[in-house]
Design a protein around this ligand. Structure first.
Ligand SMILES: Cc1ncc(COP(=O)(O)O)c(C=O)c1O
Length: 382
């Protein structure tokens, strides 16, 4: 077996699925694009998705000429509820995207039942949810296709990277044909990625975290290092030339290595997530209901705050690596979203949450300082 095959078999063994239905890509968004393309989605078709996502998600739809149709989220689960989705179904709807937001899932079975009763495809965006379960089944195993991300902060990381699982038999041969047309990432990009993975493993320490994070964001916005998103992807809706790329051996090698320790990490995330949730509940702060906890992989713990900027600064002083994801309906793009056909005033819950959300780390060994930080800043939490 070569490295890529071993990587695919490591993933399929974990999920308990057939290796031939697992495919790997340079990024998660490429897996989504491939699934949509295999569904023959294009001009005149509509794809329903939450109005609280990453901009690269509607990009994949728009690159194919289809129209993204957004729905507002539910404030507790941060996911789009079945009722909101049903209201947006039209004769043009070809696919519904179900998203695990920060690992949370909501009404997945109901949405799949609704879609199949109308002959509509489903794709689960499990970029935050690898290893989490819904009604006892791993996230991503119930929809026609699902995709996972292995980008820096995801459940397990290969620097950047994406995985597609294809459940629907009718889509399998189309996806294999499309995969034959994937480009290889350039030697330069693979070398940069190799260096970044090395730097994250051996250089990124608590004291250097914020400096290196800012440096990485700056360099990737200038296109000088392999970044999560290119300038083209966050400034407009034109598909970048080097978009449709397969996974490199560096990603396969790293994935095989980190997946060996994955069970330990997910257990730690769950334990820490439950601890934070209990604290939130006992202090009358926004917390997750019992049914959401059962499903949750606790990639991060979502928290709503009165003033995000000052809360993030206070966390930095306390050396807590707090996240600022989803600061807009289509993270990280703020302001006018009309290029992506999204009118923010139509989605008030996503608006409110995007103004207040930060996320707490769950993969840290010693939670004491995080808990002390929460105690000290409890009046700033909602
Ligand atoms: C909800 C969501 N969907 C899709 C993606 C895209 O994943 P990738 O960066 O691997 O393309 C992201 C990226 O972080 C995301 O947060």
């Amino acid at each position: 077996m070569n490295k890529q095959e071993t990587y695919r078999s490591t993933i399929s063994d974990f999920l308990g699925v057939d290796q031939k239905n697992i495919h790997t890509y340079w990024k998660g968004r490429v897996a989504l694009y491939t699934a949509l393309k295999a569904m023959n989605i294009g001009k005149g078709d509509e794809v329903i998705l939450p109005a609280f996502t990453c901009v690269v998600v509607p990009n994949a739809i728009i690159y194919l000429g289809a129209t993204p149709i957004y729905v507002d989220i539910d404030k507790n689960s941060l996911c789009a509820p079945v009722k909101n989705i049903e209201d947006k179904i039209s004769p043009k709807t070809k696919c519904i995207l179900i998203q695990n937001m920060l690992g949370l899932s909501f009404e997945v079975d109901e949405i799949i039942a609704l879609a199949s009763s109308r002959g509509i495809y489903t794709i689960e965006d499990c970029t935050h949810g690898f290893g989490g379960t819904y009604n006892g089944v791993y996230n991503g195993l119930k929809t026609d296709c699902s995709f996972y991300s292995t980008q820096w902060n995801k459940p397990f990381s290969t620097g950047i990277g994406g995985i597609l699982y294809v459940q629907n038999k009718e889509l399998r041969s189309g996806i294999e044909e499309l995969n034959k047309t994937l480009k290889n990432p350039s030697f330069k990009n693979v070398m940069i990625l190799r260096f970044l993975i090395f730097a994250k493993t051996y250089i990124l320490k608590n004291w250097s975290y914020w400096f290196l994070l800012r440096l990485y964001r700056k360099l990737s916005s200038l296109g000088l290092v392999v970044g999560s998103s290119s300038k083209d992807e966050i400034e407009g809706v034109k598909k970048p030339n080097d978009y449709f790329m397969g996974a490199s051996n560096v990603q396969a090698f790293t994935g095989i290595k980190v997946l060996k320790k994955f069970n330990k990490v997910i257990e730690m995330r769950k334990e820490n997530g439950i601890k934070i949730n209990e604290w939130m509940q006992s202090h009358n702060k926004c917390h997750l209901s019992k049914d959401l906890i059962i499903n949750h992989s606790f990639l991060k713990f979502p928290v709503l705050v009165k003033n995000r900027e000052s809360f993030l600064l206070a966390a930095e002083k306390f050396k807590i690596p707090m996240g600022d994801w989803f600061i807009s309906h289509l993270h990280p793009v703020q302001g006018d979203l009309s290029q992506w056909k999204l009118n923010v005033s139509e989605f008030p819950i996503a608006q409110e949450v995007s103004e207040q959300i930060v996320n707490l780390p769950t993969d840290i060994n010693h939670m004491d300082s995080l808990m002390r930080f929460l105690e000290k800043h409890k009046n700033e939490l909602l």
